[in-house]
Design a protein around this ligand. Structure first.
Ligand code: ADP
Length: 260
């Protein structure tokens, strides 16, 4: 009888263990499925608006005679270019996610002046500023250089600066500060925008995550996730502080010299 009891006990334990394992596996699968659904819904949303814009513009473009209504044609060509560019940015983000996941990235290191990258990013950012928005940035930084992957530094700065523009209203100022010490360089991008609600702050670097107050603006929730992954691969980091309705400051720290 004792033997049978201990056998039953062992059997019960095994069954309980297997049930737990099964529950964990099912939960993991559900999480993966939820993520897939979220991804598909995000992709469809993000593609829908620019695509319908492109469709309307191409249809109208066909209606205007070549020699007449030149201004209207130009307006629609600009709309198409703008929307195709946006789709291109999203697709590049998707490709980056894939490469990062497969660990397939070959970073290319070189010596470059920080001012060169910054000027390029500011030039592009100036084109998408809202009315009365202004970017303050250090102009006398010609003595600062980095031995890093230039494209990644550009990607990180442009992501943060574009977000600062997108999540702030007209007539606001975006401040960029850059400082370099012996080993690392610190970039700070500060805005007076909508800020990030406290409850959402812990998830801000999660892939596809978007804070509740950001949903009216276009976005995929991928940019910060990619930037963080890249920076960590390069032994750097990204942090932020934010107060809802007041603004956010994102800080990047990168080693001055990458160790390939
Ligand atoms: P996206 O902007 O495409 O949604 P990101 O990965 O760049 O994706 O950012 C993730 C989320 O972080 C945004 O959806 C938004 O909620 C929040 N966020 C990022 N930058 C800012 C900012 N400067 N101000 C307010 N919220 C921000």
């Amino acid at each position: 009888i004792t033997e049978q009891k201990s056998y039953t006990e062992r059997l019960e334990k095994t069954v309980a263990l297997r049930t737990d394992e099964l529950k964990t596996a099912l939960a993991a699968e559900k999480e993966l499925n939820d993520l897939k659904t979220k991804f598909l819904s995000m992709v469809s949303h993000e593609f829908k608006t620019p695509l319908s814009g492109i469709l309307t513009s191409t249809m109208l473009l066909g209606k205007y005679k070549l020699t007449e209504q030149q201004d209207k044609r130009e307006k629609h060509i600009m709309t198409i270019t703008d929307k195709v560019q946006y789709l291109n940015v999203i697709l590049n983000d998707f490709l980056s996610v894939e490469k990062l996941e497969k660990g397939k990235i070959n970073y290319k290191f070189s010596n470059f002046k920080i001012s060169k990258v910054l000027n390029e990013v500011i030039y592009n950012a100036n084109m998408i500023l809202k009315d009365g928005q202004h970017i303050n940035y250090p102009e006398k930084i010609d003595d600062l250089s980095l031995f890093q992957d230039e494209k990644i530094v550009e990607l990180a700065l442009s992501n943060l600066i574009y977000n600062a523009i997108k999540y702030s209203s007209e007539n606001t100022i975006i401040d960029i500060e850059i400082s370099q010490n012996k080993d690392t360089t610190i970039f700070k991008i500060k805005d007076n925008g909508i800020g990030i609600p406290k409850k959402d702050q812990k998830n801000i670097f999660d892939r596809y995550f978007r804070a509740e107050n950001a949903l009216l603006m276009q976005g995929t929730g991928i940019g910060l996730n990619i930037v963080k992954d890249h920076l960590e691969n390069l032994k750097g980091n990204i942090t932020f502080t934010s107060i809802e309705h007041k603004g956010s400051t994102f800080t990047i720290e990168l080693p001055n010299k990458a160790q390939p």
